[in-house]
Design a protein around this ligand. Structure first.
Ligand SMILES: [Zn+2]
Length: 291
């Protein structure tokens, strides 16, 4: 664990925090707080010795709540809009929208494959609340788009912003399921950038301190690059399924398995919904075309 401020430690996940892991934060204060819990077995064994009083989850995703059940004595806190998606597996599957594009079996395999446990949520919080852990006070920054209740957390004294899955990865923003919203995502990226943090910790890229304004901008621009590709492809009226085969979201370097193809469809569908909302495309019998 790497000390970032007097009371805040970076908990580095294994395998560069690739799926199903995420980098987490430990706040060792009057209350011992773990922010997200999918930091891998070795870290969890160490954290159980502390022990942890509270788990604050940034959102309901599997690769953030995966370790919650290992801390049965901890209170779990999460934003009101994401809590239902974590409390039961049927609601988790519904938030993803696996029933869209015939993905029900894919959804079941997905949660079985990673041994996902639903988690209780004892306290729900909302935008602007100050979570007081002793000397450390984290402000809730509601940043929807990735999920409806996705939150970042700002520690004003150090200028540390825990951005969770506004992760500043080169892949870019992830919105390949039903409960995402691209327009909200854009607003949330800008809100993080406007806080002008000195230190960013993201769940899949870790600690980032250099060139932050440019990084937030580059991350947002990935959305527009994908959108341009989709607009180009719509020169020929196309279905979601046809567009998905072009692998505009995940890239052609990835072999499409069933899950990835389903997520490609969901991501493309989010872009199409946005284009329709902004009167740039329309749909007839499942075929989308430019207007
Ligand atoms: Zn996520």
């Amino acid at each position: 664990m790497v000390k970032i401020t007097d009371n805040i430690y970076f908990v580095e996940a294994p395998n560069k925090a690739r799926f199903p892991y995420c980098h987490c934060l430990l706040i060792a204060d009057q209350r011992r707080v773990l922010m997200d819990s999918a930091c891998g077995d070795e870290n969890i064994r160490e954290l159980l010795q502390i022990p942890i009083d509270i788990i604050v989850n940034t959102h309901f995703h599997e690769d953030h709540i995966l370790g919650n059940y290992r801390f049965p004595d901890a209170q779990v806190w999460m934003h009101t809009l994401d809590a239902p998606g974590a409390r039961t597996l049927p609601r988790f599957l519904e938030y993803y929208g696996f029933s869209d594009f015939g993905g029900d079996a894919i959804g079941q395999d997905f949660i079985t494959g990673i041994d996902l446990h639903a988690t209780p949520v004892h306290r729900e919080f909302e935008d602007g609340e100050i979570l007081d852990f002793g000397r450390t006070r984290m402000q809730v920054i509601h940043t929807p788009g990735h999920t409806p209740g996705h939150c970042a957390f700002y520690e004003e004294e150090s200028g540390l912003l825990f951005t969770a899955d506004i992760d500043l990865s080169s892949f870019g923003p992830w919105y390949s399921h039903r409960c995402s919203d691209i327009d909200d995502f854009i607003v949330s990226i800008r809100r993080c950038a406007e806080l002008d943090p000195r230190i960013v910790v993201s769940c899949h890229k870790g600690i980032i301190t250099d060139d932050l304004p440019r990084r937030f901008q580059a991350y947002e621009e990935v959305i527009y690059r994908r959108e341009e590709e989709i607009i180009k492809a719509l020169a020929v009226p196309s279905t979601v399924e046809e567009l998905a085969l072009q692998q505009i979201i995940y890239g052609t370097q990835n072999t499409l398995n069933d899950l990835l193809l389903w997520m490609e469809k969901m991501g493309v569908h989010q872009h199409l919904k946005r284009l329709v909302k902004h009167n740039r495309a329309a749909q007839e019998e499942g075929h989308y075309y430019l207007i």
